[in-house]
Design a protein. Structure first.
Length: 232
């Protein structure tokens, strides 16, 4: 991925996030892969919310469609809030999980980077989120991201270590980046990838870009479903 596209994705991401409104989508999917319907909470920011897209084109609905096609009976709740930071995620984790959650996807941190927040604060917030999930016995898929180099090597090293460290500490599944599939698609022709997979703001993926992300993350979510313990 060229520096131009990496900059658009890593440092511009979230600039227009405050324009969007948080959505809460809960879709029930018929299937038989799991013994009973399970609920997966997707906690995130505008990428999770589906900023700039009609509801069915967003990450959560496309992920649910992907899982349904593979026979999983799942409710995925969209708790993505545009512009949200790890602090915001921690503040609402109890409400987001509620009494019915069986698993948690966490995709937060992009807006922390945009604001240049201290890595130790982001780490503490994510730690709190994972601790809450652990206290409830919920498996977690933690989706990370890399800091851009413009904050300096010490900042980047501290931030980049947060996700693998916490995943190891809590035994969570870990994916390095939500946007990695777009980065890979951009390696051959960054300009073409920007047009094909991104919205006009150059920050958020369009419906086709989301589909590419879901194809990559779907198997990780299936692995998450495999960690859900049967309800007593």
């Amino acid at each position: 991925m060229t520096e131009r596209l990496r900059s658009l994705v890593s440092t511009a991401y979230g600039v227009v996030a405050g324009i969007g409104k948080a959505g809460l989508v809960s879709l029930s999917l018929a299937g038989t892969a799991l013994a009973e319907e399970v609920t997966v909470v997707a906690l995130g920011d505008s990428l999770t919310q589906g900023y700039g897209l009609v509801e069915e084109q967003g990450f959560v609905p496309q992920l649910q469609t992907w899982l349904r096609a593979r026979g999983h009976e799942v409710v995925v709740e969209n708790h993505g809030v545009s512009g949200d930071t790890t602090a915001g995620g921690l503040a609402r984790i109890g409400w987001a999980l509620g009494p019915e959650a069986d698993a948690l996807i966490v995709a937060l941190g992009g807006n922390d980077l945009l604001r240049g927040l201290p890595p130790e604060a982001s780490r503490a917030n994510l730690d709190g989120i994972l601790a809450e999930a652990a206290a409830r016995g919920l498996p977690v898929l933690l989706i990370g991201l890399s800091a851009p180099g413009n904050y300096g090597p010490d900042y980047k090293a501290a931030f980049d270590a947060i996700y693998p460290d916490l995943a190891e500490q809590y035994g969570a599944l870990h994916v390095e980046s939500f946007l990695a599939p777009l980065s890979q698609a951009a390696e051959a022709d960054p300009a073409a990838a920007l047009v094909r997979y991104m919205q006009p703001d150059g920050i958020h993926p369009n419906a086709e870009g989301v589909a590419l992300i879901v194809e990559a993350l779907g198997p990780e979510v299936e692995a998450l479903l495999g960690r859900i313990s049967p309800r007593s």
